[in-house]
Design a protein around this ligand. Structure first.
Ligand code: ADP
Ligand code: MG
Length: 219
Protein backbone atom coordinates (compact mmCIF):
# COMPACT_ATOMS: atom_id res chain seq x y z
CA UNK A 1 0.00 0.00 0.00
CA UNK A 2 1.32 3.45 -0.88
CA UNK A 3 1.93 5.75 2.05
CA UNK A 4 -0.54 8.35 0.66
CA UNK A 5 -3.28 5.68 0.51
CA UNK A 6 -2.36 4.61 4.01
CA UNK A 7 -2.75 8.12 5.43
CA UNK A 8 -6.08 8.63 3.61
CA UNK A 9 -7.41 5.50 5.25
CA UNK A 10 -6.21 6.70 8.66
CA UNK A 11 -7.95 10.03 8.05
CA UNK A 12 -11.20 8.25 7.14
CA UNK A 13 -10.94 6.15 10.27
CA UNK A 14 -10.29 9.18 12.51
CA UNK A 15 -13.23 11.08 11.01
CA UNK A 16 -15.53 8.11 11.53
CA UNK A 17 -14.30 7.61 15.07
CA UNK A 18 -15.27 11.18 15.93
CA UNK A 19 -18.70 10.75 14.37
CA UNK A 20 -19.43 7.44 16.08
CA UNK A 21 -18.27 8.72 19.44
CA UNK A 22 -20.84 11.48 19.12
CA UNK A 23 -23.73 9.12 18.37
CA UNK A 24 -22.89 7.07 21.46
CA UNK A 25 -22.56 10.11 23.67
CA UNK A 26 -25.95 11.47 22.57
CA UNK A 27 -27.87 8.51 24.03
CA UNK A 28 -29.85 9.25 27.19
CA UNK A 29 -29.02 7.55 30.49
CA UNK A 30 -32.41 5.84 30.34
CA UNK A 31 -31.77 4.38 26.88
CA UNK A 32 -28.30 3.24 27.92
CA UNK A 33 -29.79 1.28 30.82
CA UNK A 34 -32.45 -0.26 28.60
CA UNK A 35 -29.79 -1.28 26.06
CA UNK A 36 -27.57 -2.88 28.71
CA UNK A 37 -30.50 -5.03 29.83
CA UNK A 38 -31.70 -5.78 26.31
CA UNK A 39 -28.39 -7.30 25.20
CA UNK A 40 -28.61 -9.85 28.03
CA UNK A 41 -32.11 -10.82 26.96
CA UNK A 42 -31.11 -11.21 23.32
CA UNK A 43 -27.97 -13.17 23.95
CA UNK A 44 -29.85 -15.76 26.00
CA UNK A 45 -31.79 -16.75 22.87
CA UNK A 46 -28.58 -17.91 21.22
CA UNK A 47 -27.81 -21.61 21.44
CA UNK A 48 -24.16 -20.72 20.93
CA UNK A 49 -24.12 -18.99 24.32
CA UNK A 50 -25.51 -22.02 26.13
CA UNK A 51 -23.04 -24.36 24.43
CA UNK A 52 -19.97 -22.19 25.09
CA UNK A 53 -18.04 -22.34 28.32
CA UNK A 54 -15.28 -19.71 28.28
CA UNK A 55 -16.23 -16.13 27.55
CA UNK A 56 -13.95 -13.15 27.07
CA UNK A 57 -15.63 -9.85 27.83
CA UNK A 58 -14.37 -6.35 28.55
CA UNK A 59 -14.83 -3.64 31.16
CA UNK A 60 -17.00 -0.92 29.61
CA UNK A 61 -15.31 2.44 29.56
CA UNK A 62 -16.66 5.94 28.86
CA UNK A 63 -19.76 5.83 26.65
CA UNK A 64 -19.34 2.18 25.67
CA UNK A 65 -22.40 -0.02 26.09
CA UNK A 66 -22.46 -1.38 29.64
CA UNK A 67 -21.67 -5.10 29.59
CA UNK A 68 -21.70 -5.52 33.38
CA UNK A 69 -25.23 -7.01 33.44
CA UNK A 70 -24.05 -9.45 30.76
CA UNK A 71 -20.95 -10.38 32.75
CA UNK A 72 -23.07 -10.91 35.87
CA UNK A 73 -25.55 -13.10 34.05
CA UNK A 74 -22.88 -15.29 32.45
CA UNK A 75 -21.09 -15.58 35.77
CA UNK A 76 -24.34 -16.57 37.51
CA UNK A 77 -24.90 -19.23 34.82
CA UNK A 78 -21.61 -20.81 35.88
CA UNK A 79 -19.72 -19.76 32.73
CA UNK A 80 -16.04 -18.88 32.99
CA UNK A 81 -15.68 -15.15 32.39
CA UNK A 82 -12.32 -13.70 31.36
CA UNK A 83 -11.40 -10.02 31.13
CA UNK A 84 -8.58 -8.41 29.13
CA UNK A 85 -5.24 -7.49 30.65
CA UNK A 86 -2.76 -5.32 28.73
CA UNK A 87 0.64 -6.85 28.00
CA UNK A 88 3.49 -5.45 30.09
CA UNK A 89 5.55 -3.90 27.28
CA UNK A 90 4.30 -0.61 25.88
CA UNK A 91 4.92 -1.79 22.32
CA UNK A 92 3.19 -5.12 22.76
CA UNK A 93 -0.46 -5.38 21.86
CA UNK A 94 -1.53 -8.98 22.36
CA UNK A 95 -3.98 -9.03 25.25
CA UNK A 96 -4.08 -11.61 28.00
CA UNK A 97 -7.40 -12.70 29.51
CA UNK A 98 -7.74 -13.33 33.24
CA UNK A 99 -10.55 -15.24 34.85
CA UNK A 100 -13.05 -13.34 36.99
CA UNK A 101 -13.51 -14.80 40.48
CA UNK A 102 -15.76 -13.75 43.34
CA UNK A 103 -12.78 -12.32 45.27
CA UNK A 104 -11.11 -10.61 42.29
CA UNK A 105 -8.95 -7.57 43.10
CA UNK A 106 -8.74 -4.76 40.57
CA UNK A 107 -6.12 -2.31 39.39
CA UNK A 108 -6.40 0.49 36.79
CA UNK A 109 -4.35 0.00 33.62
CA UNK A 110 -2.55 2.83 31.79
CA UNK A 111 -5.81 3.86 30.06
CA UNK A 112 -7.61 4.07 33.42
CA UNK A 113 -9.59 0.89 32.71
CA UNK A 114 -9.89 -1.61 35.60
CA UNK A 115 -8.06 -4.90 35.13
CA UNK A 116 -7.88 -8.00 37.26
CA UNK A 117 -4.83 -7.50 39.49
CA UNK A 118 -3.51 -11.04 39.62
CA UNK A 119 -4.18 -14.44 38.16
CA UNK A 120 -3.09 -16.73 35.40
CA UNK A 121 -3.81 -15.23 31.99
CA UNK A 122 -4.97 -17.18 28.95
CA UNK A 123 -4.83 -16.19 25.28
CA UNK A 124 -7.76 -15.44 22.96
CA UNK A 125 -7.34 -18.88 21.34
CA UNK A 126 -8.40 -20.46 24.66
CA UNK A 127 -11.78 -18.72 24.67
CA UNK A 128 -14.99 -19.95 23.02
CA UNK A 129 -16.60 -16.54 22.58
CA UNK A 130 -14.84 -13.19 22.69
CA UNK A 131 -16.96 -10.06 23.08
CA UNK A 132 -15.20 -7.03 21.66
CA UNK A 133 -15.97 -3.34 22.08
CA UNK A 134 -16.10 -1.14 19.01
CA UNK A 135 -16.86 2.34 17.73
CA UNK A 136 -18.49 1.23 14.46
CA UNK A 137 -19.35 -1.90 12.47
CA UNK A 138 -20.82 -2.48 9.01
CA UNK A 139 -22.96 -5.13 7.31
CA UNK A 140 -19.84 -7.17 6.46
CA UNK A 141 -18.71 -7.35 10.06
CA UNK A 142 -15.85 -4.91 9.60
CA UNK A 143 -14.94 -3.31 12.88
CA UNK A 144 -13.64 0.14 13.73
CA UNK A 145 -12.06 0.25 17.18
CA UNK A 146 -10.72 3.09 19.29
CA UNK A 147 -7.46 3.18 17.33
CA UNK A 148 -5.21 1.10 19.57
CA UNK A 149 -5.30 -2.00 17.40
CA UNK A 150 -5.22 -4.24 20.50
CA UNK A 151 -7.93 -6.62 19.34
CA UNK A 152 -6.51 -6.83 15.80
CA UNK A 153 -3.13 -7.83 17.23
CA UNK A 154 -4.71 -10.24 19.72
CA UNK A 155 -6.68 -11.95 16.95
CA UNK A 156 -4.11 -11.85 14.15
CA UNK A 157 -3.52 -15.61 14.59
CA UNK A 158 -7.02 -16.29 13.20
CA UNK A 159 -5.78 -15.37 9.73
CA UNK A 160 -3.75 -18.57 9.61
CA UNK A 161 -6.77 -20.71 10.40
CA UNK A 162 -8.90 -22.13 7.64
CA UNK A 163 -11.36 -24.30 9.51
CA UNK A 164 -11.17 -24.21 13.27
CA UNK A 165 -11.97 -20.69 14.30
CA UNK A 166 -12.00 -20.08 18.00
CA UNK A 167 -12.98 -17.74 19.52
CA UNK A 168 -16.26 -16.67 18.00
CA UNK A 169 -15.97 -12.89 17.66
CA UNK A 170 -19.00 -11.06 18.96
CA UNK A 171 -18.97 -7.25 18.74
CA UNK A 172 -21.06 -5.56 21.43
CA UNK A 173 -22.40 -2.11 20.68
CA UNK A 174 -25.38 0.19 20.45
CA UNK A 175 -27.42 -0.20 17.27
CA UNK A 176 -26.57 3.42 16.36
CA UNK A 177 -22.96 2.30 15.86
CA UNK A 178 -23.93 0.41 12.67
CA UNK A 179 -22.40 2.24 9.72
CA UNK A 180 -24.54 1.99 6.58
CA UNK A 181 -21.66 2.12 4.12
CA UNK A 182 -18.56 -0.01 4.00
CA UNK A 183 -16.08 0.90 6.72
CA UNK A 184 -12.49 1.76 5.74
CA UNK A 185 -10.50 -1.38 6.31
CA UNK A 186 -6.76 -2.02 6.76
CA UNK A 187 -5.13 -5.35 5.94
CA UNK A 188 -4.71 -6.11 9.65
CA UNK A 189 -8.35 -5.41 10.61
CA UNK A 190 -10.11 -8.50 11.95
CA UNK A 191 -13.78 -8.89 10.98
CA UNK A 192 -16.47 -9.92 13.43
CA UNK A 193 -18.60 -13.06 13.24
CA UNK A 194 -21.64 -11.30 14.70
CA UNK A 195 -22.66 -8.23 16.62
CA UNK A 196 -24.93 -7.94 19.66
CA UNK A 197 -26.92 -4.73 20.13
CA UNK A 198 -30.09 -3.75 21.97
CA UNK A 199 -31.94 -4.78 18.77
CA UNK A 200 -30.65 -8.34 18.65
CA UNK A 201 -27.83 -10.44 17.22
CA UNK A 202 -26.74 -9.94 13.62
CA UNK A 203 -24.54 -12.61 12.02
CA UNK A 204 -22.17 -11.63 9.23
CA UNK A 205 -21.45 -13.55 6.04
CA UNK A 206 -17.99 -14.58 7.21
CA UNK A 207 -19.18 -16.49 10.24
CA UNK A 208 -18.50 -20.20 10.04
CA UNK A 209 -18.21 -22.00 13.24
CA UNK A 210 -21.74 -21.65 14.57
CA UNK A 211 -23.52 -22.06 11.25
CA UNK A 212 -25.94 -24.51 12.82
CA UNK A 213 -27.30 -21.90 15.21
CA UNK A 214 -30.68 -20.34 14.44
CA UNK A 215 -30.00 -17.07 12.77
CA UNK A 216 -31.58 -14.04 14.31
CA UNK A 217 -31.55 -10.97 12.17
CA UNK A 218 -31.82 -7.54 13.74
CA UNK A 219 -35.17 -7.11 15.37
N1 ADP B 1 -1.12 -7.71 14.51
C1 ADP B 1 -0.69 -6.52 14.88
N2 ADP B 1 0.49 -6.37 15.55
C2 ADP B 1 0.92 -5.15 15.93
N3 ADP B 1 0.26 -4.01 15.69
C3 ADP B 1 -0.92 -4.07 15.04
C4 ADP B 1 -1.45 -5.34 14.60
N4 ADP B 1 -2.64 -5.09 14.00
C5 ADP B 1 -2.82 -3.74 14.04
N5 ADP B 1 -1.80 -3.13 14.65
C6 ADP B 1 -1.60 -1.70 14.82
O1 ADP B 1 -2.66 -1.10 15.53
C7 ADP B 1 -2.80 0.24 15.08
C8 ADP B 1 -4.26 0.65 15.11
O2 ADP B 1 -5.01 -0.18 14.26
P1 ADP B 1 -6.49 0.26 13.80
O3 ADP B 1 -7.08 -0.89 13.05
O4 ADP B 1 -6.47 1.58 13.09
O5 ADP B 1 -7.21 0.48 15.21
P2 ADP B 1 -8.57 -0.14 15.77
O6 ADP B 1 -8.63 -1.58 15.34
O7 ADP B 1 -8.45 0.04 17.24
O8 ADP B 1 -9.66 0.67 15.14
C9 ADP B 1 -2.20 0.31 13.69
O9 ADP B 1 -1.24 1.33 13.68
C10 ADP B 1 -1.60 -1.03 13.46
O10 ADP B 1 -0.27 -0.92 12.98
MG1 MG C 1 -8.55 -2.26 13.44
Amino acid sequence: MLSSEFSLLQEDKSRLRRRMRRCRRDLSVFNRRLAARAIVRHVLHEGMIWRSRRFGLFVSHGAEIDVLPLINRLFAMGKSVYLPVLPRGLRQKRLWFTRLETDTRWVDNRFGIPEIAAGQGVRARDLDVLCVPLLAYDSHGHRLGMGGGFFDATLAFLRQRRHWRRPFLLGVAYACQRYDERLPCDPWDMALDAVLTEKGVEYFPNFRRFRCVNRLTSR
